[in-house]
Design a protein around this ligand. Structure first.
Ligand SMILES: [Zn+2]
Length: 335
């Protein structure tokens, strides 16, 4: 297995659907793993059925390829367990109540942040360039068109601007990597990603920057983690289930199969909804699943190799599109 890295660049506006109200359709600021899978799955199903079958891209139980969310260049989910000064954005360490410099209190921050914030200990958000486009409906056919009640009124589409760049990562058997690159390139141009594609949205360009064997990755990462409790952060919603019920937040019992023996010392989590999708014959919403939200995070004692492995394969159910997680040495003050 290898990790393929690269970037996705918008060459037309992008609309990545999320829940809106009225006739406003907001966009997410990033591309969820399920959306990348949807684009590729649609393309392969129609154009290259053999690769579709080999990658088992629509198999939620035993897929060959794991997709990761494509976040704006250089960014990660902001860990909800950390606090940042309201005024200067400095990280407030565990022992401090307020910012030592401006005496302002700290607050947790959701959404995305530049990864370098974790080492510089100063919060910086990614640059997200977006616009709101107003359209007049022409047809009511097709799933991207607004509902009947908007048939005569304009509607507004949130869009990420052309030139926006996102980090791409996926995990797959090395033998398929060249075919996959070709498929991504063609799918990005001829199929596109996200909503309103019939209105000229969603065209993307792929660029590939590297491939890395997972054994080397795990060895390297685990040596960086050694001998310290870790910060664990969800980079995507995660689905946990116990006796047929969905569980929100981290529980040792439910994480054991991914992390081995470990101890959760503290956690802060949010609740989200994961969307289950069907690919064959059009990418359709199958079900909505309660999930632990992006940014949910914990201070955890865990085997460094298991942590590195979880960065590759994710945690929870449907790890090929959900449950992407990252770890850092806990370097945020005495516990
Ligand atoms: Zn401050």
């Amino acid at each position: 297995m290898i990790i393929l890295r690269g970037s996705i660049r918008a060459i037309s506006p992008l609309h990545i659907g999320t829940v809106g109200t009225g006739n406003y359709h907001p966009t997410l600021p990033y591309i969820p793993a399920r959306t990348i899978r949807g684009m590729l799955g649609n393309y392969l199903f129609n154009e290259k059925r053999d690769l579709f079958e080999k990658l088992r891209i629509d198999d939620d139980e035993n897929p060959s390829i794991h997709f990761k969310p494509a976040l704006p260049e250089g960014s990660v989910a902001s860990p909800l367990i950390l606090r940042w000064c309201k005024r200067c954005g400095k990280l407030i360490e565990e022992r401090d109540k307020d910012c030592p410099e401006c005496l302002q209190e700290g607050k947790k921050r959701g959404g995305l942040m530049l990864e370098e914030s974790l080492s510089s200990k100063k919060f910086r958000g990614p640059e997200i360039r977006s616009s709101i486009d107003t359209k007049c409906p022409i047809t009511r056919r097709g799933h991207t068109s607004p509902g009947e009640r908007y048939s005569l009124s304009p509607y507004n589409i949130g869009a990420l601007l052309p030139g926006s760049e996102f980090d791409l990562r996926c995990v797959l058997p090395g033998e398929y990597v060249d075919d996959l690159k070709d498929a991504f390139r063609e799918a990005g141009i001829f199929y596109g990603i996200g909503g309103f594609r019939s209105k000229g949205y969603g065209m993307v360009e792929f660029d590939f920057t590297g491939e890395e064997g997972i054994d080397g990755y795990i060895e390297q990462r685990s040596s960086e983690f050694d001998g310290s409790p870790l910060l664990m952060v969800l980079n995507a919603p995660a689905i946990f289930e116990e006796e047929g019920k969905h569980v929100i937040g981290f529980r040792e019992k439910l994480l054991e199969s991914y992390l081995g023996d470990h101890r959760i010392m503290r956690q802060v989590f949010s609740e989200d909804r994961a969307r289950g999708w069907e690919i064959k014959g059009g990418y359709r919403l199958g079900k909505i699943i309660p999930a632990t939200g992006m940014g949910s995070s914990a201070l955890i004692e865990v085997d460094p190799v298991r942590a590195a492995r979880a960065e590759v394969y994710g945690i929870g159910n449907m790890r090929h599109i959900y449950g992407d997680v990252y770890f850092r040495r806990w370097d945020y003050g005495a516990i």
